[in-house]
Design a protein around this ligand. Structure first.
Ligand SMILES: Nc1ncnc2c1ncn2[C@@H]1O[C@H](COP(=O)(O)OP(=O)(O)OP(=O)(O)O)[C@@H](O)[C@H]1O
Length: 235
């Protein structure tokens, strides 16, 4: 479904992704792990069309993503939940959610309403706070809002960057349960997460990165693969 082939990304002279090749299959949850600064966020941003490639290519369902704008990538069914959540100041929770419709194909008002109702049923705390300014929600609620906003567009692939960073254990549980539901509905996820052991309970497969390249990969169901991952990312 998603395929990165020999991808290179530079920030000026900094060669951050140095020939990265990974893939995500339909319905799969794939973890991207590694120490700070190895290029995980850069990978997510490159897929989402936020950063240009300096080499290689990215395919999604047989279509070339590299070179497309972030907007076009989104319309093809790739939803990004960025690390910094991007809650719009001055907008209510509901208005923040509705921004999720701006990026996808144009929908009839009735379809938008029905998707909003589904989201509020799944995220009752957002329903209770629909009129509250998005930036005044708690960290956990803001993260739920960022995930819910992307889910409104019904992407086939979600890119989720460190969703649980700085959140209380109960909120982390909730987020993992939301991601599990997403998986059960057949949507794919490429997940960057510092809480590796927790992420492994959700992921089907994983990659470990080191200096912008894959140094280990495998399946969570294979203990030897997990051991190799843990060795690769040990500090
Ligand atoms: N806008 C930028 N300009 C210059 N260098 C950057 C920029 N963004 C990231 N980098 C550098 O690129 C490298 C990879 O960063 P990236 O954010 O992809 O790492 P990461 O694996 O996601 O790390 P972390 O776990 O700390 O978020 C780092 O050395 C970082 O300092």
């Amino acid at each position: 479904m998603l395929e990165l082939n020999d991808v290179h990304v530079h920030y000026g002279l900094g060669h951050v992704l140095q020939g990265l090749s990974i893939r995500v299959g339909p319905g799969e949850v794939v973890g991207l792990f590694g120490r700070n600064g190895v290029g995980k966020t850069t990978t997510i941003k490159a897929v989402a069309g936020w950063l240009p490639l300096t080499g290689g290519d990215i395919q999604f369902d047989g279509q070339r993503l590299s070179g497309l704008s972030a907007d076009k990538v989104c319309r093809l069914g790739v939803g990004l939940v960025p690390e910094d959540r991007r809650i719009f100041p001055g907008l209510s929770t509901q208005e923040n959610l509705e921004m999720g419709f701006m990026q996808g194909p144009r929908l009839k008002r009735a379809e938008e309403q029905s998707r909003l109702n589904d989201i509020y049923a799944r995220f009752p705390r957002l329903a209770e706070r629909r009129a509250q300014a998005g930036t005044t929600l708690s960290g956990g609620e803001q993260q739920m809002l960022a995930v819910a906003r992307v889910l409104l567009g019904k992407p086939r692939l979600l890119l989720i960057d460190e969703p649980t960073e700085g959140l209380a254990p109960m909120v982390v549980d909730e987020l993992f349960s939301v991601m599990r539901q997403v998986k059960e509905q057949g949507q794919s996820i490429l997940l960057v997460e510092q809480n590796v052991s927790r992420a492994l309970t959700l992921c089907d497969r994983f990659y470990a990165l080191e200096r912008g390249r894959v140094v280990a990969e495998g399946r969570t169901s294979v203990p030897g693969d997990v051991d190799a991952l843990m060795r690769a990312i040990a500090v």
